[in-house]
Design a protein around this ligand. Structure first.
Ligand SMILES: Cc1cc2nc3c(=O)[nH]c(=O)nc-3n(C[C@H](O)[C@H](O)[C@H](O)COP(=O)(O)OP(=O)(O)OC[C@H]3O[C@@H](n4cnc5c(N)ncnc54)[C@H](O)[C@@H]3O)c2cc1C
Length: 458
């Protein structure tokens, strides 16, 4: 073992991946996991790396963003990807696993590693540098971080930089909108505004309200508190308060004159740029718990969005996460305390695979810090780098995100739609290989793992 001992709090997907990466690079690791002494409302088994809901790690194809992220992690010697490949169950184009075997596989590998000590203990505070014996620390306690530690983290970040709920509005691809209908205008401003506006007449508005009212909603989990912040109400809750509520809220048309007709519409859905390149737009105020299928059906009733392609759908659920752009550096170190890294869903990504990827990066970087080296930042044109960009790019209303190609730098030339995924994968994997070479990053290997899925890219 070399360097200082690393402390990792949370033995979920990110914490286990981080422990494996750090220990595989020659460091000693203390991995603190509160189970079975305490359980979050969604965790039930004693094992590490418990998948709390679906058993799917989503698309297997590396020409899809999440498939590409998985392939990058395989190329970095990911423990979680090796576990997933070894315990996969048939699931069409997705990579799904036998949940129990998956957790057992990870738990056994971690337990058998000579340089990882697993301590079954709830951590109620963020360890001081003295408590961590001068070694770096990773917080990877996930979206359901236990209450005392969440309070300590809120005190550390400043309460306004720690959220307890996602309130996610859908995002649409700019090139799927009908520009014969939508128009640019910012409220009360002359000239082309920053927002796109989808105008509705009275009849369209009433039909839309009725559709939202009648649409299927995702039921609340028993531990989810149905009390929402007034400023962040789900769209269907606003509709339930009365048919005019939306028209006096996020769909207010005043000051948004349509340049074609010179008039204000009866109601307007506003779309705000989601990225600098304006390839994606966020539906302003449309956080929702409608089911994914219903969101696509109902939101395509909005004039100008009939053929909308959603790069993210809306949701609201319990989720503890830091305001990445305010709290984190692109190395996942905290700005205020560079010996403290935040990984997994707590860092502001969304999803099993994304959480694991941030654990992998944090694991590499704590090993480098413990050994007196500079931490590394993955290039922005890789899937890992695109997630880091999302976590750290200035944003007025930071919300967690799944990996998607909208987070990548735009192409410099036009590429036909059906070739874009392939091109993304080609660029990303080459960029990843260069990064590994330049940073002298060692790849961890698994002699016993089952066949990797690298052939998918052949
Ligand atoms: C209810 C729910 C369902 C989800 N379903 C999906 C899904 O289907 N698909 C998907 O892609 N993503 C899903 N997610 C989102 C997310 O991807 C997962 O939660 C994922 O497991 C996050 O990985 P993680 O490593 O950050 O946290 P986790 O996997 O949750 O690991 C955190 C670990 O830290 C431990 N811990 C917490 N507090 C402490 C403490 N104070 N001291 C010590 N240990 C502590 C926990 O016991 C846990 O083992 C879901 C999230 C929730 C809340």
């Amino acid at each position: 073992m070399t360097g200082k001992t690393i402390t990792i709090i949370g033995g979920g997907l990110a914490g286990c991946e981080a422990a494996w990466q750090a220990a595989g690079r020659g460091c000693g690791v203390r991995l603190l996991e509160m189970k079975p002494r305490a359980f979050s409302p969604a965790h039930h088994s004693e094992g590490l790396a418990e998948l709390v809901c679906s058993n799917s790690l989503r698309a297997a194809d590396p020409h899809a963003a999440v498939g590409l992220l998985k392939e990058e992690m395989r190329r970095l010697g990911s423990l979680i990807m090796a576990a997933a490949d070894a315990t996969a169950v048939p699931a069409g184009r997705a990579l799904a696993v036998d949940r129990g075997l998956f957790s057992d596989w990870v738990t056994a590998r971690i337990a058998a590693h000579p340089d990882i000590e697993v301590v079954r203990q709830e951590c109620a505070t963020i360890p001081t540098p003295e408590e961590a014996q001068g070694g770096p620390i990773i917080l990877a306690t996930g979206p359901l971080t236990s209450t005392p530690l969440a309070a300590a983290l809120a005190a550390f970040t400043g309460g306004e930089h720690l959220a307890f709920y996602d309130a996610i509005a859908p995002i649409v691809a700019a090139d799927s909108l009908d520009y014969g209908i939508v128009y640019s205008a910012s409220r009360w401003e002359d000239g082309p505004g920053d927002y796109l506006n989808c105008p509705m007449d009275r009849e369209q508005y009433l039909a839309f309200i009725a559709a939202v009212e009648g649409a299927a909603k995702v039921p609340l989990k028993d531990f989810e508190d149905p009390h929402y912040f007034e400023g962040c109400l789900p769209v269907e809750v606003m509709v339930a308060r009365g048919p005019e509520t939306l028209r006096f809220g996020p769909m207010k048309p005043v000051g948004l004159r349509d340049p074609k007709s010179g008039r204000e519409a009866y109601a307007v859905v506003q779309l705000r740029k989601e990225n600098l390149e304006a390839t994606q737009y966020n539906m302003v105020g449309f956080q929702t718990k409608l089911t994914y299928g219903e969101q696509q059906r109902v939101f395509r009733m909005i004039p100008g969005m009939e053929r909308a392609e959603f790069t993210r759908l809306g949701s609201i659920h319990r989720n503890t996460f830091v305001n990445g752009p305010k709290v984190l550096l692109p190395t996942l170190q905290c700005r205020k305390r560079p010996d403290l890294l935040i990984a997994g869903q707590l860092s502001g990504v969304e999803g099993y695979v994304e959480s694991t990827a941030m654990g992998l990066l944090a694991g590499i970087n704590v090993a480098r810090l413990a050994q007196g080296e500079q931490p590394a930042i993955p290039p922005p044109d890789t899937a890992m780098g695109a997630l880091v960009t999302h976590l750290t790019r200035e944003s007025a209303n930071f919300q967690p995100s799944n990996v998607n190609f909208g987070l990548f730098p735009p192409f410099t030339h036009k590429i036909p739609k059906k070739l874009r995924g392939g091109k993304r994968a080609e660029v990303a994997l080459e960029s990843l290989a260069n990064w590994l070479r330049e940073e002298h990053l060692e790849i961890l290997d698994f002699p016993e793992r089952s066949a990797p899925l690298g052939h998918l890219l052949a």
